[in-house]
Each structure stands twice: as structure tokens, then as C-alpha cells.
Design a protein around this ligand. Structure first.
Ligand code: SAM
Length: 326
């Protein structure tokens, strides 16, 4: 693992000041407008900041806050993967009507300016410097915090592979920060990092939709690409890495007491935990200290460039307005 990346970087430090920084958010966008995403807006007074898996902190907005949520439908081209993964193993015809797809895989919030998201962005923006590369654009929160914090930044290049995000959110950002050196590129971050001849002082990677440690081998690949295009004293950030990394180590520390659960992990197709279990089986003599070190080394240093869908799509923790459904 490159020294430019700190896997233990804490991006969940709450600070009351974060609430007071105004962010420019897109207007409400209806599904009927035909974009790849829609925008839901509602006023909220209380939010819950997730401190750790057992603790939340209530954050109140006395005058109300407009919660902006970007919602999108399931990614139809990837549905078949989930069907293959279903534990019952049944095959569902991919030509099924959209209404039925959406019943199984409902629209979900893709990104928002909720207190957890903005706290992550604020903390990574706090260390941005020089020429910055960000992948992707999302709601453009990260660059806005860089400007609000007056970071010593010369330019920001933002790469996003969603044309509508680039057109709509990119335009809002460019229109509102005309005095800043911002370049928005419509491309995948993978392609961009592969082909660019530029060097950056900060690379911030935030292109996955969930914090699942099964993504880590691929994220390590993205970090290894970022390493090649960052200056000698450059820094690399990756959204939620610490959370996924610690979650993996936490599971590993419990695994030996639950050997009966090992087979279950094979059905989840979580390559990270399967690789660990396979290796662990080969080395039955390892002490706890040894296997924790082994797991740590494996999770930080395994790089897998196999393209994977970095979104689980299955969760539906939203309370969406009916207008988003068929
Ligand atoms: C969670 S958002 C990023 C939020 C952002 N950090 C902010 O400040 O609002 C993820 C973004 O990454 C984009 N994306 C997903 N996969 C990508 C890829 N392979 N290359 C470039 N952009 C990608 C999505 O279109 C989406 O806009």
C-alpha cells in the first residue's frame, strides 16, 4: 500500500461548523424529466449522525434544513448479477417489465447532503491541496467544501461517468464558482487515471455507492492507479475506506469462533472474505495475533483490477415520495 494513502484516515469527525456552511444543491427534478436520476427535496429538523455502529448523535437544525436526495432507479444491466446471486437460485427472465423490476429493486437514494455524507466530504476537503483530482462529481459537495475552507488548491479536475450528473450538477458548480479553476470531465475515473499525463497533489476517490468491504480489492486497484499520477508528496483519499477496512478486521476477529458460518460466506460471493477463509484454512496453526496480521496485510495489499459493480443496489432505506415510483 502506497504511503500517500492512509487507510485509517478518519472522515467521520463531527464538527458543528459543518452545518453552517451553505452548499449549493440542485433544484427538485422529477422523474418525468427523463434524466438518469431525480432530485427529492424536503425540509428536516433533526438528523442522526452515525458515530459508530452502536451510537448515533442527534443533530438539530432549528430553522430546518433542506435535505436534497439524488434518487435513481435500479441499474437494469446489472440486475442479472443479483438474480444469479439470489440464495434461492432461481432465474428470472431479464425481459420482465420495469414495474416488476422496481418492485424487487426499488429506486433508492444514491447520494444526498445528509449530515453523514457532508461530514465525510468536509473532513477530506480539509486536507486538499495543490492540483486536485476527484472522481466522481456527485452533488459537488467535496469541491464546495474545499472552496469554503479556503484550501490551498490551484485547480480541481472532477471526473464522472454519468452524463446527466456532469451536465446538470457540473453546470451548477461551474456557474456558481466562475472564479475557480474547475474542469469537469465526462469519463470513467479508471480511464482518466490510465490516460492522463498530468500529476495531481490530491486524488479523492468516491465512486462506489455502498460501504461494503467486498469492494476493497478493487478500491486498492484504484488507489494503485492514483499512486502513479500523484506528486511525490501527494495524498490519496478514498470514501469510507477506514470503515470498510475496520469492518473486515472486525469480522475476521470473530470468524474463528464461528467456523460453522464459514460456508455461508461462499454464498455471498464476497471475494474478500472467501479469499481470507481459504488462506486461513491452509494455515490452521496460526495464532490470533498472526491471523489478524495476515488479514491486515491481505486487505491492504491485494489489488484486483477485475471490474466490479461497486453498488449493492439492494438496500432500500429510503422513505421516498410516491412520485418516484411507477
Ligand atoms: C457518491 S457520488 C460522489 C459524491 C461527491 N464526492 C460529492 O462531493 O458530492 C459518486 C459519483 O461517482 C460517479 N461514478 C460512479 N462510478 C464512476 C466511475 N467509474 N468513474 C467516474 N465516476 C463514477 C457517479 O456518477 C456519482 O456521481
Amino acid at each position: 500500500m502506497t504511503k500517500k494513502f492512509n487507510p485509517r484516515f478518519e472522515d467521520k469527525i463531527f464538527n458543528e461548523k459543518i452545518k453552517d456552511i451553505d452548499l449549493i444543491m440542485p433544484p427538485e427534478i422529477y422523474r418525468s424529466e427523463g434524466l438518469s436520476f431525480w432530485v427529492d427535496k424536503r425540509t428536516i429538523f433533526d438528523e442522526y449522525f452515525i458515530v459508530d455502529k452502536d451510537t448515533t448523535k442527534k443533530v438539530s437544525n432549528i430553522h430546518g434544513k433542506t435535505l436534497t436526495s439524488v434518487v435513481r432507479p435500479p441499474d437494469y444491466k446489472n440486475i442479472s448479477n443479483f438474480i444469479q446471486q439470489s440464495s434461492s437460485g432461481e432465474y428470472i427472465n431479464q425481459q420482465m417489465p420495469k414495474e416488476l423490476y422496481e418492485f424487487i429493486f426499488p429506486p433508492r437514494v444514491w447520494m444526498s447532503n445528509n449530515i453523514n455524507e457532508i461530514t465525510n466530504m468536509y473532513n477530506v476537503a480539509k486536507i486538499a491541496k495543490g492540483n486536485v483530482l476527484a472522481g466522481g462529481l456527485g452533488l459537488g459537495i467535496y469541491p464546495q467544501y474545499i472552496f469554503a475552507l479556503d484550501r490551498p488548491v490551484e485547480s480541481i479536475t472532477i471526473v464522472d461517468n454519468d452524463k446527466d450528473i456532469v451536465d446538470v450538477i457540473g453546470k451548477i458548480l461551474l456557474d456558481n464558482f466562475k472564479d475557480k479553476k474547475i474542469k469537469i470531465v465526462y469519463d470513467t475515473i479508471e480511464n482518466f487515471m490510465q490516460n492522463t499525463t498530468e500529476k495531481f497533489d490530491t486524488v479523492y476517490l468516491d465512486t462506489w455507492g455502498d460501504l461494503n468491504f467486498k469492494f476493497l480489492f478493487y478500491i486498492n486497484y484504484l488507489i494503485s492507479m492514483a499512486d502513479k499520477i500523484t506528486s511525490e508528496n501527494g495524498i490519496i483519499g478514498a470514501w469510507g475506506y477506514k470503515h470498510m477496512y475496520e469492518n473486515f478486521l472486525d469480522i475476521v476477529s470473530q470468524l474463528d469462533d464461528h467456523k460453522d458460518a464459514w460456508e455461508h460466506f461462499y454464498t455471498t460471493k464476497n471475494e474478500v472474505i472467501i479469499k481470507y477463509i481459504e488462506e486461513r484454512k491452509q494455515r490452521p496453526e496460526m495464532t490470533k495475533k498472526e491471523y489478524m496480521e495476515f488479514a491486515n496485510d491481505m486487505i491492504l495489499n491485494t489489488i484486483d483490477p477485475t471490474p466490479i459493480e461497486l453498488t449493492m443496489l439492494l438496500s432500500n432505506n429510503t422513505n421516498l415520495n410516491k412520485k418516484f415510483f411507477y
